[in-house]
Design a protein around this ligand. Structure first.
Ligand SMILES: Cc1cc2nc3c(=O)[nH]c(=O)nc-3n(C[C@H](O)[C@H](O)[C@H](O)COP(=O)(O)OP(=O)(O)OC[C@H]3O[C@@H](n4cnc5c(N)ncnc54)[C@H](O)[C@@H]3O)c2cc1C
Length: 485
């Protein structure tokens, strides 16, 4: 088989790119490869909140890469209405928003991080003159938390809603086929090379696709694929295991808008997405690990359900479970996406979008298509996310340890820790601090890692640790050393 562009991966990134390429260059031969059932694919499990400002944290504006990611999310916010309309049947009828508008609520028991992030959301809304309203908890239709979780503050973001990820995937695939994308059910096992450039891919059934450009967009499987040609050169890819549940309302009224908490450092915040007809999506857990886990962890899943009923609506307890969504978010070591040319001629990456890649997908597709169709200078928006790079460090190693420690203490409190008045949280902080140092001692050089990645490094199996250290050895050391405990 021959193609101009062959894409490995049939999630939202691979499909959006294939659609964008065919729209811009109808004569281009585009082949998209991925297993039809999408096992473990993040997109099919996503709550698909189209959130930009609701995702802001107190660190969003502190580092150029975080600012670039925010800029991408802002552009995506403007892009979604036209993108959805264009996915339609040619008469402008595309999949619609499952829910327009998002309430961000700050419960009475919110942690210090959640409070800071809520403030940061509000500041960003004002700074960018984004339409929003401060609302009272009593004004949020459907809200009935337990009394001690009642929101003290709430914002309504009218332009940020959600779509049904499964419906959008289906529309993207239908639209791609209509435009002439060749959709192939299978998996890419090998990237092919000749004369130092990537020339195509081999599939699990032995089929070879010769291609002028190959795009790796295989979610968590992208790491091993890129490693075939760039061993230890791209930030290692971790699994951000997420679990969510889809329920059917028994006790009305239920919600007609997305309701969510602010982002926490290791999680996207608790959220509920109304999907219509009384169906609600409750998400999502996030446990990050180097090796794919055998399944979602029972402990966090239990709390997902408790947080939803306690913080949003006790009547959810009467809802019927329709199904579970479970997948691995593709999480690069530094939590920033891998987008664009890889330095090997003909090989591109479109992956590593972690918690918010669904929202940014139309913009990522547009800019990647620019680069593939006209390989000139990299679009400004993609420049910070070059797939072959040193890890992006947004803080010092000492700050990353402090953040890990405060995060562990806050998580313990969120999960119900209650101490007598004569004890404080120091024993928990000390345990976390020593875990952080143990994790850093496993690394060949000190590096500032986000809290959930530091936890994953602490638990990383030896083969993954070796791979991580190979990557760290190829990127130059930063000043400083592991601080003593
Ligand atoms: C529970 C959960 C909730 C989320 N909520 C949101 C949200 O509200 N908003 C938001 O913006 N984002 C959200 N995300 C994140 C978002 O889903 C991801 O950032 C995004 O979907 C990643 O898309 P992708 O195409 O890169 O990867 P994936 O969707 O994982 O797609 C990769 C595809 O490649 C296929 N594949 C695997 N191996 C191969 C191979 N060897 N060859 C070919 N194909 C292969 C897989 O089957 C899969 O279909 C959430 C994620 C999860 C798990």
């Amino acid at each position: 088989m021959r193609a101009d562009v062959a894409v490995a991966g049939n999630g939202v990134l691979g499909l959006s790119l294939a659609v964008e390429l065919k729209r811009r260059a109808p004569g281009l031969r585009v082949v998209l490869v991925g297993p039809a059932s999408r096992p473990g694919g993040a997109t099919a499990a996503a709550g698909a909140m189209l959130n930009c400002f609701a995702e802001v944290t107190d660190t969003t504006h502190r580092h150029p890469a975080s600012r670039a990611k925010f800029a991408m999310a802002r552009t995506a916010l403007d892009a979604w209405p036209d993108w959805l309309a264009a996915l339609g049947d040619g008469a402008g009828k595309g999949p619609s928003l499952a829910s327009p508008g998002t309430f961000v609520v700050l419960g009475a028991q919110a942690t210090a991080t959640a409070v800071r992030n809520f403030d940061a959301v509000q500041e960003a809304l004002k700074e960018h003159a984004e339409p929003h309203q401060e609302v009272q908890a009593a004004d949020i239709p459907g809200l009935r938390p337990v009394p001690h979780e009642r929101p003290l503050r709430a914002l309504y973001l009218e332009r940020e809603g959600a779509v049904d990820a499964r419906a959008v995937l289906q529309s993207l695939e239908t639209c791609g086929r209509r435009l002439g994308v060749t959709v192939t059910d299978g998996s890419t096992t090998h990237l092919l090379t000749a004369g130092g450039r990537c020339t195509g891919m081999r599939l699990d059934d032995g089929t070879e696709i010769a291609a002028g450009a190959v795009v790796v967009a295989a979610g968590t499987a992208s790491g091993p694929l890129l490693d075939q040609l760039l061993p230890g050169r791209t930030p290692p890819m971790l699994h951000g295991t997420g679990c969510a549940v889809r329920t059917l309302r028994h006790t009305r009224p239920g919600f007609d808008r997305v309701i969510r908490t602010p982002t926490r450092s290791g999680a996207c915040g608790m959220h509920l997405v109304p999907l219509g007809g009384g169906v609600e999506y409750l998400g999502a857990t996030n446990v990050v690990s180097f090796a794919p886990p055998p399944g979602p962890r029972l402990g966090v899943t239990q709390f997902l359900l408790r947080f939803a009923t306690d913080q949003f609506d006790t009547r959810l307890g009467m809802s019927a479970v329709q199904g579970w969504h479970y997948a691995g978010r593709p999480v690069p070591l530094d939590r920033f996406p891998l987008l664009g040319p890889t330095g090997i001629d003909g090989l591109y990456a479109a992956t590593g979008t972690y918690r918010d890649g669904f929202h940014s997908s139309p913009v990522i597709a547009r800019h990647l298509a620019d680069t593939i169709l006209d390989p000139g200078p990299l679009p400004e928006l993609l420049a910070p996310f070059a797939p072959v790079r040193d890890p992006i460090e947004t803080m010092t190693v000492e700050e990353s340890i402090d953040l890990f420690v405060s995060d562990e203490v806050e998580t313990a409190a969120e999960y119900g820790m209650r101490l007598p008045y004569f004890l404080d949280t120091e024993p928990i902080a000390a345990r976390a601090r020593s875990q952080a140092h143990e994790a850093l001692e496993r690394l060949d050089r000190p590096i500032a890692l986000p809290p959930e990645i530091l936890a994953a490094a602490h638990a990383a199996p030896p083969t993954h640790l070796r791979h991580l250290n190979t990557y760290l050895r190829t990127s130059p050391p930063t000043a400083g050393s592991v601080p003593s405990p």
